[in-house]
Ligand binder design. Sequence first.
Ligand code: C2G
Length: 145
Amino acid sequence: MKRVLTYGTFDTLHYGHIRLLQRARALGDYLIVALSTDEFNAIKGKKAYHSWEERKAHLEALRYVDLVIPENTWEQKRQDVTLYHVDIFTMGSDWEGKFDFLSDLCTVTYLPRTEGISSTMIRNTMDPQTGEPVIAPTAAETPAS
Ligand code: C2G
């Protein structure tokens, strides 16, 4: 059984994340996701819209994800690779090269990032009061200026 490991915040889960997880799972037979805790996100300078528990539930609902573990520190990766007998470590290409130090323990590979979607984009299109998406008016609905 080939075991794959990846890390991330996976906030406001979207098709960029899902495509990443789908391809990561396809590298092997079992996919472990180390999900950034809210405390670690603060260290990363991120504040997720969804709590760790909500983000974990979203990931566990995906057929591609077999196990979700907490990511608490930058330094835990080597221990995780060993503890979970990981064969392949993978991340999106925005991290290209950053985790090559793991290549003495496992195969390290980076998957092309999906352009045109991000959690930031999603949050920026949500009305801060209602949390409802602010749908951009279509050309037909835009009054002629
Ligand atoms: N991703 C992607 N395409 C997007 C957005 C994200 O392929 N449009 C990938 C990222 O490259 C990453 C994963 O989805 O591999 C999760 O992305 P984030 O939730 O933004 O995670 P990040 O903040 O990059 O955390 O220790 C590593 C960090 O925890 C990674």
